[in-house]
Design a protein around this ligand. Structure first.
Ligand code: ADP
Ligand code: MG
Length: 297
């Protein structure tokens, strides 16, 4: 490769890498790839490489009885980037995460993990390659934080030293105080519980972590503190991250690319600023206005 600018195709998105400025960014152009191609050719981008994204949803529909939880949704989740699913309650965000985890299957469309249809992948293996964290942390109440964090690694008979080393690394990464490891979930604060839940999600060194409103149940100050820490964790851990939130500020702060879902449909994809400047429809405008982010722009 030469110095210059490169356009790397990641499923439905493009990663634009500039070796001249040592920077990169994601561009999402649903239905308009040719125009982008031409634009970057003019801008002297030299090579187009194809990179398999970590996850892909292709024309996916999910139904629960009469409810259409996702309707013909196509989404790409590039490796090592933080992709945010943003939307109001009931928009299909958790359903999308459950698809990626292989907990449910679509009635139509394809879900891919590293290019492979998840229908063809051993679900237990898939589950162990993906860390998962929920709004309430999902820790077992009768186990200490340490037992919760180490449960699966012990089940998999990791050597004790390996478990200790990983635990030590994750304590410093998530900034959980070591003395709390012997506590039970109800004995620690909400923020500390979520730090332990994050350690548990990262314990097996997964390729990806999926977080479903991980800070949704926290008070504003703890939430703010954890947003900052999460950003640092995402950068240091260098993993593919999928974050679900209904908080626009959080999405803008933590995400590389944001996808807005509404009533099971994908409404708009891009970066925060692009969406703010040209909202795809009335819903996106109202969503932005409702979160009173004028001062943030
Ligand atoms: P979000 O996470 O954005 O709040 P969900 O993905 O949980 O939304 O839900 C999307 C829609 O699907 C909602 O209308 C919800 O009621 C419905 N739904 C989700 N899971 C189930 C389920 N297991 N059974 C029936 N309906 C469900
Ligand atoms: Mg949800």
């Amino acid at each position: 490769m030469h110095d210059g600018n490169y356009l790397i195709k990641c499923g439905f998105e493009f990663l634009v890498v500039s070796f001249l400025t040592h920077s990169h960014f994601f561009a999402t152009v649903p239905g308009n790839k040719n125009a982008l191609h031409q634009a970057f050719q003019i801008a002297s981008i030299r090579v187009v490489l194809s990179v398999t994204p970590m996850f892909e949803l292709e024309n996916v529909t999910v139904r629960f009885g009469q409810t259409v939880a996702l309707h013909n949704v196509s989404l790409t989740f590039p490796s090592k980037a933080t992709t945010v699913l943003l939307g109001t309650s009931g928009s299909g965000k958790s359903t999308a995460l459950r698809l990626l985890l292989g907990l449910i299957d679509p009635v139509a469309g394809i879900v891919r993990y590293t290019g492979r249809n998840t229908l063809e992948i051993d679900r237990i293996k898939l589950r162990r390659e993906i860390g998962f964290m929920t709004q309430d942390g999902g820790l077992f109440p009768h186990l200490t934080l340490a037992q919760n964090i180490c449960l699966v690694s012990q089940y998999l008979r990791w050597p004790e030293q390996k478990i200790r080393d990983r635990l030590e690394y994750l304590l410093s990464l998530t900034r959980l105080e070591e003395r709390l490891l012997a506590s039970y979930p109800h004995q620690v604060s909400g923020g500390q519980r979520q730090r332990a839940a994050l350690m548990r999600a990262l314990m097996l060194d997964p390729t990806a972590i999926l977080l479903d409103e991980p800070l949704g149940a926290l008070d504003p100050i703890t939430r703010f503190e954890l947003q900052n820490d999460l950003k640092e964790v995402f950068e240091k851990a260098n993993k593919t991250v999928v974050l679900v939130t209904h908080d626009l500020r959080e999405a803008a702060f933590l995400g590389n690319t944001i996808h807005i879902l509404h009533e099971g449909c994908l409404i708009q994809s891009g970066r925060y600023r692009e969406m703010l400047e040209s909202p795809a429809n009335e819903f996106v405008s109202r969503f932005f206005a409702a979160q009173r982010l004028e001062a943030f722009s």
